[in-house]
Design a protein around this ligand. Structure first.
Ligand code: UD1
Length: 429
């Protein structure tokens, strides 16, 4: 397994180009299963999770054509997906267990074919993450669903029927699954307490371009009027707000100055607000799609955050902010309200000298003057990147193990950081 070596202590200066959003690309790709025509997605990030989903789609019958754009092939790739026929309605355990988002094939397969058999994704490092809301939502559209030998077996032999889906709890994935399924259901579906994440609006915009009839995107109530078929479309994937926020924090934690380009500042208001409260200087330019982040006037200040559903502070930016707060002046309380068990980075940050105490869903971070490098590892994507951030600020050498987590969600991480002056390299196995 590759490792990442960082010699910390250099303030980062430069520009970083932000890629397309992983969490938008995944549901958008599964939308190919809803039509026999070609769906072309541009600004596709180059990530392990994308490769995993392409593999799953291919075994359902999707033809895949990838195009690299730009001189270095990295100026946003494009992919054309065409699924003339569904050759298998089973999403097998071996593929689904690699990535939980694979469960997003359930709604589209069921809507198009009238049946689907999708492995339960199982537990993951950040909590039990059940799929009951996906199942209950599809049942409200008339599906009969059973769990059989670890598989979700869903049947709707006469097609799905529009219905009322009232989620008791906000779920990004369940909202996406029901939204896609409802596009081909007979009649009108109303999704209440829908997630409002920008990635859902991006998926909705693409479905509308494919011929779907959807209202209320970005609000708590989404109404979908089913159509008998969807057609092909071309869609540009929105920028990755979590990648943007992560590099913004790289500038902040090292006391540097970074211009983030090809992004959308409007997607990360809560994150940028928290960073401003902590003493970062942030200049947003919506027209030029850039954000400049600087922290050159003294230390960071302890700032409290609580993760919430969008537009609140994102859970996917919790670990990175904790790394930042571990060198702030004063204390900060970081509360995780979306996932149980999302503090696995705490003991690893502590090994680098951070002073953090966890009480239930809250972590009290008492800022220390500086961190020291150490060998560390993490069990999920955002926890891993928080250790990279800590390593950039720490004195001495940090080795981050289990780099495959980073490859799931960050494209050319070492290259992007090294271009801003970070002393970071990948040590092959
Ligand atoms: C998505 C994101 C992930 C992000 C999360 C929350 C993708 C591919 N992943 O994950 O990066 O951290 O949103 O912003 O977009 N829940 C249930 N039953 C369900 C579904 C969810 O109880 O059927 C619970 C989960 O355990 C969790 C909460 O609801 O506690 C939110 O999960 P959800 O919004 O569904 O997250 P994902 O879609 O899996």
């Amino acid at each position: 397994m590759d490792r990442i070596k960082i010699i910390g202590g250099s303030p980062l200066h430069g520009r970083i180009r932000i890629g397309g959003a992983k969490n938008a690309a995944l549901p958008l790709m599964t939308a190919t299963l809803l039509t026999d025509e070609t769906l072309t997605l541009s600004n596709l990030p180059h990530l392990q999770d994308i490769a995993t989903l392409l593999h799953l789609l291919q075994q359902h019958g999707t033809e895949v054509s990838l195009q690299n754009n730009g001189d270095d092939g990295h100026e946003g790739r494009s992919v054309s997906l065409r699924t003339p026929r569904i050759v298998s309605t089973t999403a097998p355990y071996d593929l689904v267990r690699k990535m939980r988002a694979s469960v997003l094939v359930l709604g589209p397969l069921l809507a198009r074919e009238g049946h689907a058999r999708v492995s339960l994704p199982g537990g993951c490092a950040i909590g039990p993450r059940p799929v009951n809301l996906h199942i209950e939502g599809l049942e409200a559209l008339g599906a009969r669903i059973e769990i059989d030998n670890g598989y979700i077996v869903a049947e709707a032999p006469n097609g799905l029927k529009g219905g009322e889906v009232h989620f008791p709890q906000v779920s990004v994935g369940a909202t996406e699954n029901i939204l896609m399924a409802a596009c081909l259901a007979d009649g009108t579906t109303v999704i209440r307490n829908a997630a409002r994440e920008p990635e859902i609006s991006d998926l909705g915009a693409c479905l509308i371009a494919m011929g779907a009839r959807i209202e209320g995107l970005g609000s708590e109530t989404i109404t979908v009027t089913g159509v008998s078929r969807l057609h092909g479309a071309a869609h540009a994937i929105l920028p990755d707000r979590i990648e943007t926020g992560t590099y913004a924090m790289a500038a902040a934690i090292t006391g540097g100055d970074i211009l983030l380009t090809h992004t959308d500042p409007g997607l990360l208001t809560a994150t940028l607000d928290a960073m401003r409260s902590a003493g970062c200087e942030i200049a947003e330019n919506a027209q030029e799609r850039t954000i400049r982040v600087r922290r050159q006037n003294g230390p960071l200040q302890g700032t409290d955050v609580m993760t919430q559903v969008y537009p609140g502070y994102p859970t996917d930016m919790q670990a990175q902010f904790m790394a930042l707060m571990s060198i702030a002046e004063g204390a900060s309380m970081i509360t995780e309200s979306i996932f149980e068990n999302r503090f696995m980075h705490v003991p690893e940050l502590a090994r680098m000298g951070a002073n953090i105490t966890v009480h239930g869903a809250s972590a009290l971070v008492r800022g220390v003057g500086s961190l020291t490098g150490a060998p560390v590892m993490a069990t999920d994507l955002r926890a891993s990147v928080s250790l990279v951030l800590a390593g950039l600020a720490a004195e001495g050498e940090t080795i981050v193990n289990r780099v495959y987590h980073l490859d799931r969600g960050y494209e050319r991480l070492e290259e992007k950081l090294a271009a801003c002056g970070a002393r970071i390299s990948r040590l092959p196995d």
